[in-house]
Ligand binder design. Structure first.
Ligand SMILES: [Zn+2]
Length: 80
């Protein structure tokens, strides 16, 4: 392969990558925030309800648990 052709291909791939990457960034973020904004999850330690998007999260046996604070999260982990 000629070095010039390789350079052109590299530039094309770079442009394509940038277009796809920046496109995803713009469309994905607001949707994610909208979906999670008002979802309340029960804290299994103190049983208060916390908004999913601001909760402390931990995964255990494939299930995600949500906590009001790092303290509750640590207590849950020690309990297991
Ligand atoms: Zn809690």
């Amino acid at each position: 392969m000629h070095p010039i052709r390789f350079l052109i291909l590299a530039v094309l791939f770079y442009i394509l990558y940038r277009v796809i990457f920046s496109g995803n960034k713009v469309t994905e973020k607001p949707e994610e925030l909208g979906d999670n904004e008002d979802v309340l999850m029960e804290d299994p330690v103190c049983h208060t309800y916390v908004p999913q998007n601001s909760a402390i999260k931990t995964e255990k046996n494939g299930k995600i648990y949500y906590f009001c604070s790092q303290k509750c999260c640590d207590a849950f982990k020690e309990e297991q």
